[in-house]
Design a protein around this ligand. Structure first.
Ligand code: NAD
Ligand code: UDP
Length: 328
């Protein structure tokens, strides 16, 4: 019996595959490699293709005895989603529909879904709880909310149980140093900061310092990618135990400002990392911090790598050893 991981060659997917393998699970990865990397998949069976290719997906489901699905495959760039919403509806919403239909045909009844803090939009209160209003401010978040809802309707009609995990900011790299973050283009703060000490960037741009926060820069909740991966294994376990479908936030509950992140990276790398304040990035809420109490209570999840030093330190180890990502 195998766990099917869609998008398993991507950043969070590859770290989850590593944890599944370490737990002795049989793993089948499907990935189109649009943003993934073959060498990020440390084991299991790999099928290269697109979820929207029904004939190819049929082969994957008929050749393997799949009992649960972990669904990471998606397009996830906020800016791109605003310029090309059609791409996001097609890949994310239609892609998920293709997957769910295949699960129905093959009687696969469990799915763990990668959702996002972007489903909340501008928060009414912080820390954000799962019962908070969901009002996405970009197409990416809107498609993720639609995917969550679609999965819930498939539960009503077909009995597919789900756990939707709303991640805050995934960060860091696997402790082995073998896998890490390699997004192209890179838009995330930590890898961009680390490009400065790597000599790939002159300075880091700070997107606005006039937010209503203590130092004026945006506050985010950074969570180690391996802690995130652990939550997926616990979600599969929850579904195997026959428990109800659920939605959980995943964050550390700690907020750090952009300036604090840069300062911490200076300490860790020993590099001065020049910073320049530039205008705000459109659509960035001032503060996003998760309440993950529900996940801790119901999944028994305990993040083990919460220190900022561990998060940025593991990313630094990966980027130093792989300055050109998986091409290094
Ligand atoms: P990623 O781009 O590294 O991984 C996504 C993977 O899915 C890639 O390997 C890509 O090739 C694959 N893929 C995309 N469309 C596909 C398709 N139609 N068929 C087959 N494979 C396809 O992204 P990531 O940062 O690892 O994020 C994984 C998931 O987590 C995404 O769904 C994303 O929306 C969500 N998420 C990420 C973050 C974050 O901080 N990185 C935060 C919240 C939510
Ligand atoms: N950010 C920044 N400079 C950069 C990239 C990001 O100031 O070059 C800020 C961004 O405005 C946000 C935070 O860093 O407040 C985290 O951004 P990221 O894109 O990593 O994640 P997001 O919170 O958008 O999912």
């Amino acid at each position: 019996m195998a766990v099917l991981v869609t998008g398993g060659a991507g950043y969070i997917g590859s770290h989850t595959v590593a944890e599944l393998l370490a737990a002795g699970e049989e793993v089948v990865v499907v990935d189109s490699m649009v943003t993934g990397h073959r060498s990020a998949v440390l084991g299991g069976k790999l099928y290269e293709g697109d979820l929207r290719d029904a004939e190819w997906l049929e082969k994957v489901f008929s050749e393997n005895d799949i009992e649960s699905v972990i669904h990471f495959a998606a397009s996830s760039l906020v800016g791109e989603s605003m310029k090309d919403p059609g791409k996001y509806y097609h890949n994310n919403v239609y892609g998920t529909l293709c997957l769910l239909e295949k699960m129905v045909q093959h009687n696969v009844k469990r799915i763990v879904f990668s959702s996002t803090a972007a489903t909340y939009g501008e928060p009414e209160q912080v820390p954000i709880e799962e019962t908070s209003r969901t009002l996405p401010t970009n197409t990416y978040g809107e498609t993720k909310l639609s995917m969550e809802k679609m999965i819930a309707w498939f539960e009503a009609a077909h009995g597919i149980k789900y756990v939707s995990l709303r991640y805050f900011n995934a960060a860091g790299a696997h402790e082995s140093g073998r896998i890490g973050e390699d997004h192209r283009p890179e838009t995330h703060l930590i890898p961009l900061i680390l490009q400065v000490p790597l000599g790939q960037r002159e300075h880091i741009s700070v997107f606005g310092d006039d937010y209503p926060t203590e130092d004026g820069t945006c506050i985010r909740d950074y969570l180690h990618v391996s802690d995130l991966a652990d939550a997926h294994l616990l979600s599969v376990k929850r579904l195997r135990e026959g428990k109800d479908s659920a939605i959980y936030n995943l964050g550390s509950g700690n907020g750090f400002s952009v300036k604090q992140m840069i300062e911490s990276a200076r300490r860790i790398t020993g590099h001065p990392i020049p910073a320049a304040v530039v205008p705000r990035r459109e659509g960035d809420p001032a503060v996003l911090i998760a309440s993950s109490e529900k996940a801790k209570r119901e999944l028994g999840w305990t993040p083990k790598r919460e220190q900022l030093e561990t998060i940025i330190g593991s990313a630094w180890k990966w980027h130093q050893a792989h300055p050109n990502g998986y091409d290094s």
